[in-house]
Design a protein around this ligand. Sequence first.
Ligand SMILES: [Zn+2]
Length: 62
Amino acid sequence: MPVKGTGTRLDPVCNMDVTGRDVEYKVNYRGREYYFCSYDCMKKFEENPEKYLSFHSQESAV
Ligand SMILES: [Zn+2]
């Protein structure tokens, strides 16, 4: 199946696809950029990034 590579950006907090939006909420964490649908999600991520990153990798590992 075709994959668009770098085009997809998932909000790690709510798992919303933010591709193609005007992404004004982003955080650089450990050299990677993370994008968020809202200020609220961004703040949640900043408060506890590991929580959302481990949740996300757990999901894609299944
Ligand atoms: Zn969100």
